[in-house]
Ligand binder design. Structure first.
Ligand SMILES: [Zn+2]
Length: 262
């Protein structure tokens, strides 16, 4: 299972990264996890856009879904004709929100291009991945994920404040990809985002192997976020960066070499 960080900037794109977007690959299957503002361009460094097999949207904040609008254009007007629809997993209301965002009549909206599937807490198979979704702690319905393949596990926090569900999703995970939007200071809003320290506390509680800090707010000092997390978690901690690839291993079939970067 291979994770590529396409975008790690929190809440809005930064000078060095678009907003949230990750590419997960195994056995040649390509799943995009969030497609936030600005991410569709850099995503093309890692996969041909029409080769994406599934999209999973954690929640309906624009920094996690907005580039589904230009992605609809890519598939709807593909030169060789619209390819068969791909599944798009998201919270209730995803299809209508996207139609509204693009100014389309909700019927059919984007449903000829995307096969929308409403997420609910629990486990489902998406391609070769076993994906467990759970509600995390954010002002709109938001799913964190545990994605398993070949004996390896990746947990993704999405956006969340303090969350027992996140710690459960990340239990003994090889990698916890965890948001760390805030720098620790008095008076931070509750039930919204984590600090580096909060991310570290969740990783420690879960017994995760490697904590990767993401959803980093442009303008914050990443060294400060890293130090906060290291103060709370004794395992490996690192910062997400654009185009970073993390190979989680796993004992499934070797992925075809045609990951198709251009
Ligand atoms: Zn959010």
């Amino acid at each position: 299972m291979r994770l590529t960080v396409v975008g790690y900037a929190g809440s809005f794109p930064g000078p060095d990264s678009p907003a949230s977007c990750y590419l997960l690959e195994a056995e040649g299957f390509r799943m995009v996890l969030d497609l936030g503002s600005g991410a569709l361009g850099p995503l093309q460094r890692h996969v041909r856009l029409n080769d994406v097999d599934a999209v999973c949207i954690s929640h309906l904040h624009v920094d996690h879904y907005m580039d589904m609008c230009p992605y609809w254009v890519v598939r709807n007007y593909a030169p060789g004709g619209t390819p068969p629809p791909i599944p798009v997993y998201g919270p209730a209301g995803t299809a209508n929100r996207l139609a509204l965002a693009y100014g389309l009549d909700p019927d059919p909206g984007m449903t000829r291009v995307f096969d929308f599937v409403t997420l609910s807490p629990g486990r489902r198979e998406i391609g070769p991945f076993s994906v467990t979704a759970g509600h995390v702690n954010h002002p709109v319905e938001t799913f964190g994920f545990r994605i398993e393949y070949g004996g390896r596990a990746l947990a993704y926090s999405a956006d969340t404040g303090e969350s027992a569900t996140l710690a459960e999703l990340a239990r003994s995970a090889d990698v916890l990809l965890c948001e760390a939007s805030f720098i620790d200071r008095p008076g931070l809003p509750a039930n919204l985002h984590l600090t580096g320290r909060g991310a570290g506390e969740h990783a420690a509680r879960a017994g995760a192997g490697h904590l990767v800090l993401t959803h980093l707010t442009p303008g914050n000092d990443p060294a400060c976020t890293l130090a906060e997390a290291q103060s709370a978690f004794g395992g490996t901690v690192s910062l997400a960066s654009a185009d970073r690839v993390i190979d989680l291993g796993g004992d499934g079939p070797l992925a075809p070499s045609a990951a198709s970067p251009r």
